[in-house]
Design a protein around this ligand. Structure first.
Ligand SMILES: [Zn+2]
Length: 277
């Protein structure tokens, strides 16, 4: 049985720790239930803490979430900025084919870039995402299974910056499960879309479903297991050692190579488009 009040309290308790007075937080809103609840929680936190709050939506051109996020932002009284990927000349399915990279990998690179650059230009000191406890557990087990222990150790409610141009990231729903965010969103009447990404089922992600079942099977026997586990994960010492970041030759954003991943995608697409004209 999900307690909306207890789940909200948990989210607020974490949020109080990761948001400082005077912060300017930009929440990445996708149109889904989790980011809608994250925005709501931070709006509630503003009643007892003074900080700035705005929302940002990246329209990937794959779903129809813009009216949903517009409604959410208006109802919560939060300023919303919408950035369209098409305006950057990026088409995810096409980029995926040309670069021979899975669409989720292209999408991830594009979102990581824009969810840092745009909030920084909006004056943010932190970026908030709607990742919930189930997401964190999935990342954790996948990272471990792939030997990326240092990545697993980065799974925290607050991920500090590793470069002057990289914003710290916060996860207000770190201790709130998927069912709980759904219950919160439904009980508050927050508008969200249940639309799934049309590209998601294309790639062979064999690990996610069995891992979710495994975690849920333990939860069934021991209610509260997931929250207990993410709290344990948050206590793991940070083993991540950031490589030396330079600035992209094209756009000046932090990059691990001479040209950042975002610019490489754009350059590839523009070279193909110029050939077809
Ligand atoms: Zn670049």
């Amino acid at each position: 049985m999900v307690s909306v009040r207890a789940s909200l309290e948990r989210a607020l308790r974490i949020s109080r720790k990761i948001v400082a007075s005077g912060d300017r937080v930009v929440v990445a809103v996708s149109g889904g239930k989790d980011s809608a609840v994250a925005l709501y929680v931070l709006r509630e936190l503003q009643k007892s803490k003074s900080f700035g709050l705005k929302a940002l939506h990246i329209d990937l051109g794959l779903m129809h979430a813009v009216p949903v996020v517009e409604d959410l932002a208006e109802r919560l009284g939060v300023e919303l900025r919408v950035v369209r990927l098409g305006d950057y000349g990026i088409d995810i399915p096409l980029a995926s084919r040309l670069l021979r990279r899975p669409p989720c990998s292209v999408c991830g690179a594009v979102k990581r870039y824009l969810l840092n650059k745009v909030p920084r230009e909006m004056g943010a000191t932190k970026v908030a995402t709607g990742h919930n406890a189930d997401d964190i557990l999935l990342f954790f087990f996948k990272d471990l299974a792939q030997g990326r222990v240092d990545w697993a150790s980065k799974l925290k409610p607050l991920v500090p910056s590793t470069h002057p141009k990289l914003l710290p990231r916060i996860r207000p729903l770190f201790e709130v499960t998927g069912e709980e965010t759904l219950a919160i969103a439904e009980s508050l009447g927050l508008l969200f879309t249940r639309e799934k990404c049309p590209l998601a089922p294309l790639k062979g992600d064999w690990m996610s479903e069995p891992l979710k079942s495994f975690v849920l099977s333990v939860e069934e026997k021991h209610p509260g297991f997931r929250v207990q586990l993410v709290r344990g994960i948050a206590k793991i010492p940070d083993l991540y050692e950031p490589g030396t970041l330079r600035e992209c030759r094209v756009c000046g954003e932090p990059a691990s190579s001479e040209v950042c991943s975002f610019c490489r995608i754009r350059l590839k697409l523009s070279s193909v488009q110029s050939k077809t004209i």
